[in-house]
Design a binder for this molecule. Structure first.
Ligand code: AMP
Ligand code: MG
Length: 357
């Protein structure tokens, strides 16, 4: 992932545009705030995707910046070790494999994310539901064997989905059925980004910072360039920058079908499942969400991929969350924006129909 064009760098979906850099880099800002430099790192093997961390400091404070980057990286790895379903011994894997009725002890962090996920299931009318793991597995298996799931298989998986299957307790969680499982793939990355950004913010001497994991970002403070923090929204199909927005802080997360899908019987299916029907979300091409925290932006991007543009109404109950939903309409692609979404600078190829609600 990560392409390069006109000296700008971007990752999966949205990324803050910085002057050309590779690996751990240091540069002086040309015409920017005086004597500010950005020290960056690109740690590998984090959450199965690319990662770019950037700490903005006054020239001469590179040591402090490096300490902050190390702390941020450690937070990302810690959250992944707790919550990834790709890691056998993670807390969430242990919960998934536990027998029904057994209390599984969980860290404060896992309990916090599960608690927020349960609230978000309510706020999104069930469109975001981390208990949908049995469906995620069903559609992954269908992709591997290249055959659509049968009605019986679908009904069996659906019967295991829902918050009645998981009880959160003060020290952990208990499952009702052996086959009930959770999947934090739509929220844990955002949470890790938040903790990483907060670790950087707590470090002494930082003027600003950026955490970018696979194109989901959180940033704070001063940008290293005079334009401020400019996030590029990438076209779902290719590497083109579709639109740009300027931000002063907070998070930007994108869910798109272009990079992650299963092909079954010659058709592409999204990796995002509608937990209400049990079928992959369709109709939405990509969703970009801005908000104060990456946890909420990440989850809402997944939820709105299920809900489509009609789901924007639900943001009234979610202060600070704003979204851009690109969907397939009758006359081609269309872009729907919530009222407070930052001013959008569309580039070539961006949908001609732009509706601000
Ligand atoms: P994202 O790429 O952030 O939209 O997250 C997608 C991932 O979240 C998928 O790969 C699944 O692991 C999980 N997921 C899929 N559908 C849902 C859903 N409706 N609610 C919560 N998590 C989901
Ligand atoms: Mg998400």
């Amino acid at each position: 992932m990560g392409g390069r064009k006109s000296g700008r760098v971007w990752a999966a979906a949205a990324v803050v545009l910085l002057a050309a850099l590779t690996g751990v880099g240091l540069w002086r800002t040309a015409g920017g705030p005086p004597n500010l430099v950005a020290i960056t790192s690109e740690p590998e093997g984090i959450m199965g995707t690319s990662c770019q961390l950037s700490a903005v400091v006054v020239l001469g404070q590179a040591g402090r910046a490096r300490e902050a980057l190390t702390a941020a990286e450690a937070e990302l790895r810690r959250v992944e070790a707790l919550m990834s379903t790709w890691i056998e011994g993670s807390e969430i894997s242990r919960l998934n494999h536990a027998p029904p009725g057994e209390a599984v002890p969980l860290s404060r962090e896992s309990r916090f994310v599960l608690g927020r996920a349960r609230q978000l299931a309510r706020e999104t009318g069930g469109a975001f539901d981390v208990t949908c793991r049995p469906l995620v597995e069903l559609w992954r298996r269908a992709g591997k064997r290249d055959e659509l799931p049968s009605a019986e298989e679908l009904a069996a998986a659906l019967s295991l989905v829902g918050w009645r299957e998981i009880r959160l307790e003060p020290g952990g969680a208990v499952k009702a059925a052996a086959g009930a499982r959770v999947d934090l793939g739509g929220i844990a990355k955002g949470y890790g980004i938040d903790l990483a950004a907060e670790a950087m913010q707590a470090a002494a001497g930082l003027r600003g910072g950026l955490v970018d994991v696979g194109g989901d970002l959180r940033l704070f403070g001063q940008a290293p360039t005079p334009e401020g923090w400019v996030a590029a929204i990438r076209s779902p199909a290719g590497d083109a920058v579709w639109a740009e927005i300027t931000l002063s802080g907070g998070a930007v997360c994108t869910s798109g079908h272009a990079l992650r899908f299963e092909t079954i019987e010659g058709r592409r299916y999204s990796h995002i499942i509608d937990p209400r029907s049990g079928r992959p979300a369709s109709g939405t091409v990509s969703v970009t969400v801005v908000g104060p925290t990456a946890l909420d932006a990440d989850a809402w991007a997944t939820a709105l991929s299920v809900l489509g543009p009609e789901g924007l109404e639900r943001l009234e109950g979610a202060p600070g969350i704003e979204a851009l939903v690109i969907s397939r309409g009758e006359g081609g692609l269309r872009a729907d924006l919530s009222p407070g979404f930052p001013e959008l600078r569309p580039g070539p190829g961006f949908p001609a129909t732009i509706l601000r609600h």
